[in-house]
Design a protein around this ligand. Structure first.
Ligand SMILES: [Zn+2]
Length: 280
């Protein structure tokens, strides 16, 4: 198995929205905001080569929306999606599988691009199967007023129209050494990959635990649809990870890529913080 982690881009989001009911006096000490109360998040994607598959986990925002849309996202830095792949020796055609943790725009937008002819859309990875949980797919196409800014038709419908959509029905091994868990608190059918790498288990925590600052059970995003489910799902994965010395990989933490865990009087917290490359 070969693994790469790279940051597609940074973006900014309201710090209060990222920490829900946690007072700013507390969260701002661990995740400092700018003068507009915005915090910087990364869009780290994984490339996993295993059993003849080249899997890309999440694709970032993409570039299909207009200038006004991206003015509110404040994209900056990072390697870019296609450049990040090329920097590691992959062309878009090499990707056999696009694994989408869920269909919020910052996770799946890069998987679809405007077609060169100007009308319609193409897949960014023309040879790939696009994997989404059935629960998330059915939830997203139904849409709802709470998540309507996050589920964008142009990111989602072209995937099914292409015939490349694969709906994931159950938890467990999707690829060799690449198994998945379903979560429901952030959005129904969020998928969390757990990867077996050289005897170590790596958990790509996605929007279940977006940053190290979200390890405390009640430090959750106000974007979550059902906070109590998030708390329960975090507790279960953190206890399992603690018991078995798993490594967590953070998609959105601008300061920390990975950590392992320890028990403290306040609960399960990060022990060592490090870059993924240091253990590969
Ligand atoms: Zn999300």
């Amino acid at each position: 198995m070969e693994i790469h982690l790279f940051n597609i881009s940074n973006f900014r989001v309201d710090g209060g929205a990222m920490f829900g009911v946690v007072p700013k006096a507390l969260w701002s000490r661990v995740y400092p905001p700018d003068e507009n109360n915005l915090i910087v998040l990364t869009l780290r994607s994984l490339i996993v080569e295993t059993g003849g598959h080249v899997i890309l986990v999440d694709t970032g925002w993409g570039d299909k929306q207009d200038e006004k849309f991206f003015r509110h996202v404040y994209l900056h830095g990072g390697e870019g999606l296609i450049a990040g792949l090329k920097n590691r020796g992959y062309e878009p055609e090499d990707i056999t599988d696009v694994f989408l943790t869920h269909l919020h725009a910052d996770h799946c937008g890069g998987g679809v691009l405007r077609s060169k002819s100007g009308s319609g859309y193409d897949l960014t990875f023309p040879g790939a199967a696009y994997h989404v949980s059935r629960t998330q797919w059915e939830w997203a196409v139904k849409n709802n007023i709470r998540e309507e800014d996050a589920f964008l038709e142009e990111n989602i419908i072209p995937v099914s129209e292409s015939g490349h959509l694969h709906l994931v029905e159950e938890e467990g091994d999707l690829f060799k050494g690449f198994s998945i868990r379903f979560c429901y608190g952030h959005t129904p059918g969020l998928m969390i990959p757990v990867i077996d790498y050289n005897g170590k288990k790596l958990v790509y925590t996605g929007d279940l635990i977006p940053t190290v600052a979200h390890l405390p059970l009640v430090w959750n995003m106000s974007y979550d649809i059902e906070s109590l489910k998030t708390i329960d799902e975090k507790r279960r994965i953190l206890e399992e990870a603690m018991r078995n010395d798993y490594i967590l990989i953070f998609q959105h933490d601008a300061m920390i890529e990975c950590c392992n865990l320890e028990i403290t009087p306040k609960g399960i917290r990060a022990k060592d913080k490090f870059e993924l490359a240091s253990i590969l």
